[in-house]
Design a protein around this ligand. Structure first.
Ligand SMILES: [Zn+2]
Length: 259
């Protein structure tokens, strides 16, 4: 299995990262994809991936809630950092977030569009964060015409109708599901039934969004099987089969491999 979005380079893992990675591998999670959020965590992503080259893989991007005074030049710096810290898989975490701050909407769109265009021009996949802004994301993607890169909508939290629209308009986009799909009364797992199985990805977003029964504690990649089990139940499919399909999806999207 693959954790397609995890922040195990953060401080909360500093003391036991080797154990976290060992536990993940023992649980069958062989690869972890680490997105940066800004220029200050990019070196942490690079160092973690360099120390664990078989398990950890880097994405670089500017997160919408991490924009400083001059986000366009920070986004450019991040792409330069990525190019000089090979190998990296793609661009992330990028996106739109209107939950905390609506005042910089136009700037968020500008920075996202620039990073998506960069990814498209370099044939790189993206990991997209989108909170309370799926309508705006769709508007932004529509404006890009046929230059939308392939990628993942990480921790998809839009509506069922929006998922269906995205599915039909942008076949290059997949959907990431994590701990929130295990929460009681959550509609997230049901959304997975509306999406073709070959476009479903698993992720933790660790240390956040810890799945049941560990909710309230630190999340980590070894919990991916809990997400797979919950989605498999909803999809009425054996967990092993879904594990295999989602792994193949992640290999195709992020590693350019049909396996
Ligand atoms: Zn994240």
């Amino acid at each position: 299995m693959i954790d397609t979005h995890t922040h195990i380079y953060e401080n909360t893992f500093a003391a036991d990262l080797d154990d976290v990675i060992d536990r993940a591998r023992a649980a069958g999670v062989s690869r972890m994809i680490l997105p940066s959020c800004n220029m200050s965590d990019a070196p942490l992503v690079a160092a973690t991936c360099a120390a664990h080259p078989d398990s950890c893989f880097a994405l670089y991007g500017l997160h919408p809630t991490e924009m400083g005074d001059d986000p366009m030049s920070e986004a450019e710096q991040l792409m330069d950092f990525a190019q000089s810290h090979q190998p990296f898989l793609g661009i992330g975490e990028i996106g739109l977030d209107l939950h905390w701050d609506k005042s910089r909407q136009a700037e968020q769109v500008q920075v996202l569009t620039w990073q998506l265009t960069y990814a498209y021009e370099h044939s790189l996949p993206v990991s997209i964060h989108c909170r309370e802004a799926v309508w705006l994301l769709m508007e932004t993607l529509s404006r890009m015409g046929d230059k939308v890169p392939r990628g993942s909508l990480h921790c998809y939290a839009g509506s069922a109708q929006e998922a269906k629209t995205i599915c039909s308009k942008w076949p290059q986009l997949m959907f990431g599901f994590g701990g929130s799909s295990t929460y009681k009364n959550s509609k997230v797992a049901h959304i997975a039934t509306l999406i073709p199985a070959d476009r479903i990805l698993t992720e933790t977003d660790a240390p956040y969004l810890t799945p049941v029964p560990f909710r309230g504690q630190r999340n980590e990649p070894s919990y991916i099987p809990l997400v797979v089990a919950r989605l498999a139940e909803e999809l009425n499919m054996p967990a092993e089969e879904l594990a295999q399909i989602t792994t193949q999806n992640a290999m195709r999207l992020f590693f350019n491999k049909e396996s």
